[in-house]
Each structure stands twice: as structure tokens, then as C-alpha cells.
Design a protein around this ligand. Structure first.
Ligand code: URA
Length: 435
């Protein structure tokens, strides 16, 4: 087969066969297909879309690109969650140990920063020593012993997503429904799970702007999951402002520590409890949503979730001293407060632009080879609906790269709109979908 002919076929709006999809994905993983050829195919898929059958075939090619986890020797139910990505979305880091603290096995394969959004793996790596890669044997051993592990895609586990995810990040091909479905469901199907909860985000800080398109994405992921015999629930949630107050790798871990003690921001807690309850119901640990929420809140308050988190960090070679004493963590070299230019109410936060400001500061990547700055990011002081006075801080930026400050401040000033009347913040959880 000739790569350019396959690209041409998709470019012209035709359907690809199983052999063509397998050839392209495998060839890319083996280094026989170049980045520029895969970039062209991704862009063709972006514009032309894929049929239901192509979607299953692409997801399958992702799964087949590596090995899958066989967790059948572990008797517990295995359930996972995945978010389509947003600014300040740190829920996975709190949720995985919280749910695992009830004896549910949570084998979570996560991703890195993508576009204007942060990545669970980059956030966890801001904990000194924390390792997100390892062999399948290690991953399984950790799940057997402590019931939770958050790893990245590796050369063994879903390598297609590892390579293609990084390429999409820098070729403007992230927000394509088929590419998101294959990336997310490929990772999740390789994990050997019984059930999955999806957090599908829409709004000005998500990859998908409209709630209706987020629903379309969710329905496609549910369809692919059900095709493989997995129970899948999806929540359609708003990303019209950052989740919580902290954006950036270590800053978000710091906020997770508060949430793990039930002392975090209300929006994070609302979503966390909803997702946790759904996972506990799927795993048969809670009878219903209400019971699942109460159990989860209790596990945050009594330290059971925090203890499991520390266990996971230790198991993955992370140092726990900074988690027990977060103020000892070295701060970024440069900090600057961004003040409100006028009095009024926060009317809107253009969250994508806000996320891009964090990327400029060093929290994300502009090229796939870039490393991220653990300390860079933004701490918000105000959220949508809050009153603000002229000169009052709207947020504080943190970076080790002084030359990024001017551009980041510009982006933030252009992303926060101050109006004269108080608006209610957007409703966070819009819908629950199940097949
Ligand atoms: N998260 C993923 O894992 N993949 C995507 O494509 C988008 C968000």
C-alpha cells in the first residue's frame, strides 16, 4: 500500500478499509510512515470525518498497536474514568485514589498536556520522582497490590496513541470527533476494564464548543465501548471557566491536596462526587448515586482517599514530603498579579485563551519535544459571577521564564470580561448519557 494514496482517499471523502487503517497506524508506530504523512492523514480525517465502522476500526488499530492489560486474575471490578480535557481539570488525580479506596480497581492510562489543556501525567510528574511509565508487569503488580495506578501510554501499551497524540497536539488536529474517540477509547479498552465513566466537556475551554457536539462525541464513545462489551456512562459538563482556581502542573497538585481533604473548591467537589458515585455504582459498591456521593464525601473527610493517594505516589516512586508539606515545594522564580482594570462582576472567562496563557508561561508545550515547567501556571482569585473592584487581583501568574510574562498577561486581560451586572456561573453538569 502507498501512504499517499490512503491520504488521498480520505482527503476526497472516501471510507478507509480495515487493512488501510491498520497499515497506516502500524506503519507509523514502526517508523515506516513519516510524521508529515500521518499529519496529512490526521488533517484529512479532521475535515472528512469517519463512518461508525471506520471509527471502530481506528480504535481497534490503536488497541492492536500494543499489548492489552489482562486483569482477569484480579477478582475486583475494574472501572476507570476519562475526561476529554479542559483547563484546570485535575479530577482524575483525586478520583482514582478516592474510588480505589473502596476496593475498586482503577487502572488509569492518561495523557499529557494537549493544546491549551493540561495533562494528568505532566501534573503527576511535578511531584519529584513520580514515574508514569513502566512495564505492563509493573502496572499489573501495582494494581494487584494497591488497586490504583496512573500510567502513560508506553511502547508496550497503546503506543499508537503515544505517538499520534503528541503529533495532534502540534498539528491542530485535536478537536476531531473520530480522533478523540480512537485516542480515548483505545487507551481505555487496552486497560482491561469492566466499566467506564466519561466526562465529555463542551464550552470555550474545551476542545468541543457546543454541547450538542459533545453529546455526539459521547454517544460515539458509548457506542464503541458497548461494541466491546463495556458498560459506559458519559456526563456532558461545562468548561466555560477553569475548573477550580489553580491551572498549571504543581499548582494543580496543590489544589488536589485540598480536594483530597474535602477542602477544595465547590465546582471540583460537585463534579468529583458525581463521577465517583457513578464509578461506585458501576462497580457495585454503592446502591445508587446518592449513597455513592455520601460514601465518597466521607472518604475525603476521614483521610481514606488521601492515604490511598499517598500510597499510589510512593508506589510510583514519588516523594511524599512535598504532599505532606506543600509549602516546602520550591516556587516559580517570577510571579505577577494581574489586576482588574475596572469594577464590576466577572462576566466571562474565555477559557481557551486562559489555558494558552498557562502554556506560554511554561505549563504546556508548543512543540512535542518541549518539556513542561512544573511550577508555571496561574492562580485565579475570581470566577464567573464574582464581584471585583478596580485594581483588585483577578489572578496571579507563576513562571520561570520572564520573557513569557508580557504575552501571558495580554492573553489573560483579553480572556477575562468584566461586566456591570452579576451573572450566575454556567451550570457545571448538563446531562448524563447511557446507552
Ligand atoms: N484526551 C485524550 O486522551 N485524547 C484526546 O484526543 C482528547 C483528550
Amino acid at each position: 500500500m502507498i501512504p499517499s494514496e490512503i491520504i488521498e482517499k480520505k482527503r476526497d471523502g472516501n471510507k478507509l478499509s480495515e487493512d488501510e487503517i491498520q497499515f497506516f497506524v502500524k506503519g507509523y508506530c514502526d517508523g515506516k510512515i513519516e510524521d508529515y504523512q500521518m499529519s496529512a492523514l490526521l488533517m484529512a480525517i479532521f475535515f472528512r470525518g469517519m463512518s461508525d465502522r471506520e471509527l471502530v476500526l481506528l480504535t481497534d488499530a490503536y488497541v492492536q498497536s500494543g499489548k492489552t492489560l489482562d486483569l482477569s486474575a484480579i477478582p475486583a471490578i475494574k472501572v476507570d474514568k476519562h475526561s476529554t480535557g479542559g483547563v484546570g481539570d485535575k479530577i482524575s488525580i483525586i478520583l482514582a485514589p478516592l474510588v480505589a479506596s473502596f476496593g475498586v480497581v482503577v487502572p488509569m492510562i492518561s495523557g499529557r498536556a494537549l493544546g491549551h489543556t493540561g495533562g494528568t501525567l505532566d501534573k503527576l510528574e511535578s511531584i519529584p520522582g513520580f514515574k508514569v511509565d513502566g512495564s505492563i508487569r509493573k502496572f499489573k503488580q501495582q494494581l494487584e497490590e494497591i488497586g490504583v495506578a496512573i500510567f502513560g501510554q508506553t511502547a508496550e501499551l497503546i503506543p499508537a496513541d503515544r505517538k499520534i497524540y503528541a503529533l495532534r497536539d502540534v498539528t491542530a488536529t485535536v478537536n476531531s470527533i473520530p480522533l478523540m474517540v480512537a485516542s480515548i477509547m483505545g487507551k481505555k479498552l487496552a486497560e482491561g476494564i469492566d466499566g467506564l465513566v466519561l466526562d465529555v466537556k463542551y464550552g470555550n475551554g474545551a476542545f468541543i464548543l457546543e454541547a450538542e457536539r459533545a453529546e455526539e462525541l459521547a454517544k460515539n464513545m458509548i457506542k464503541v465501548g458497548n461494541y466491546y462489551g463495556k458498560e459506559v456512562t458519559a456526563f456532558i459538563t461545562s468548561m466555560e471557566q477553569p475548573l477550580g482556581y489553580h491551572v498549571g502542573n504543581w499548582l494543580e497538585i496543590k489544589e488536589c491536596l485540598e480536594c483530597l481533604r474535602a477542602e477544595g473548591p465547590a465546582d471540583i467537589e460537585e463534579l468529583l462526587l458525581e463521577l465517583s458515585a457513578e464509578m461506585l455504582v458501576l462497580a457495585g459498591k454503592a446502591q445508587n448515586n446518592e449513597e455513592g456521593k455520601q460514601m465518597s464525601l466521607q472518604a475525603l473527610k476521614n483521610g481514606q482517599a488521601f492515604e490511598k493517594f499517598l500510597n499510589m505516589v510512593r508506589y510510583q516512586m514519588g516523594e511524599t514530603d512535598c504532599l505532606l508539606h506543600p509549602d516546602n515545594y520550591p516556587g516559580a522564580k517570577f510571579r505577577q498579579i494581574v489586576k482588574s482594570p475596572k469594577s464590576g462582576f466577572i462576566e466571562k472567562i474565555q477559557t481557551r485563551r486562559f489555558g494558552m496563557a498557562a502554556v506560554y508561561l511554561g505549563a504546556g508545550r508548543s512543540r512535542s519535544s518541549d518539556s513542561v515547567d512544573a511550577q508555571a501556571g496561574i492562580i485565579l482569585s475570581k470566577k464567573v459571577g464574582d464581584p471585583v473592584s478596580k485594581g483588585e487581583p483577578v489572578c496571579e501568574i507563576h513562571t520561570n521564564n520572564e520573557s513569557s510574562i508580557e504575552e501571558a498577561v495580554n492573553l489573560i486581560q483579553n480572556s477575562v470580561k468584566i461586566g456591570d451586572s452579576k451573572l450566575s456561573p454556567p451550570k457545571l453538569i448538563r446531562k448524563r448519557l447511557k446507552a
